[in-house]
Design a protein around this ligand. Structure first.
Ligand SMILES: *[C@@H]1O[C@H](CO)[C@@H](O)[C@H](O)[C@H]1NC(C)=O
Length: 244
């Protein structure tokens, strides 16, 4: 009888130790098939590699999660691309400069137009064209006024600019274009009194037209004050990279 009690206490202690540790490794994982890759029961960035029915615990890169849709594939993908339903736990985040996790795509906390693509903790910087900002939900560049997180930055940019009152510009009607006060490449389009910020294609700047409210993107050499906007940048290289 004393022997049985001792065994019972031992089992209880083992279970509670596992629960306290939180990083439950399920050493007792049973391979559902002899070979393949199978999700951890509760942790989305962990999985098991089974070989001859022997499980081996594995982790995805920090910020990635295990895609369990095909158990013949060892597939770790961006967190946003994986369905973690029912296995919500993750390893603690490991961060480096500009990367909250070692892997992922992250908005810049200060500049709404900038986002960082992180791979193994190495950050690559990307910037949307002027007037656009990185959309946290769809993860593409989108109009700044469609992105709630960018409201403060948008307001700051536009506070020095007000569209003419409707009807004020006889020549252009309800649609007009206006230069940005701080940036040669950017301009505002007013439609029925509402401003939206646009950017000229790379290599060009906004040229004020002969009539107030008109203008177009032009060669910097044609726009006094903006001749050196691109400095020594080799525009052919930038276009080749698709950084328009
Ligand atoms: C799983 O992946 C393997 C290897 O790429 C492929 O041959 C197989 O068709 C896939 N199965 C399903 C159900 O998609």
């Amino acid at each position: 009888m004393r022997y049985l009690v001792a065994i019972f206490l031992f089992i209880a202690a083992t279970v509670s130790a596992q629960e306290e540790g939180n990083d439950i490794y399920y050493d007792d994982f049973i391979c559902p098939h002899d070979f393949g890759f199978f999700p951890h029961p509760i942790q989305c960035d962990a999985y098991y590699r089974c070989e001859n029915g022997e499980p081996q615990f594995k982790l995805c890169g920090n910020g990635l999660a295990f895609d369990d849709r095909n158990d013949t594939k060892e597939d770790c993908n961006y967190l946003f691309a994986v369905d973690c339903e029912g296995r919500p736990e993750l390893e603690p985040a490991i961060s480096t400069t500009n990367c909250p996790n070692l892997y992922g795509i992250f908005p810049d906390p200060v500049n709404c137009a900038v986002f960082w693509s992180c791979w193994d903790g190495e950050a690559s910087r990307y910037e949307c064209t002027p007037g656009l900002a990185y959309d946290r939900v769809s993860r593409v560049c989108n109009w700044m006024d469609n992105i709630p997180e960018c409201k403060a930055q948008r307001d700051a940019m536009q506070q020095n600019f007000a569209c003419p009152a409707p009807g004020e510009l006889a020549a252009t009607g309800s649609f007009s274009r206006h230069p940005h006060p701080d940036d040669c490449r950017q301009y505002f389009v007013c439609l029925d009194g509402a401003a939206r910020e646009y950017g000229c294609p790379i290599g060009t700047v906004f040229q004020i037209g002969n009539i107030d409210g008109l203008g177009q993107c032009s060669d910097p050499e044609l726009v006094p004050g903006c001749e050196d906007y691109y400095g020594d940048l080799d525009l052919r290289v930038l276009r080749g990279l698709g950084l328009k």
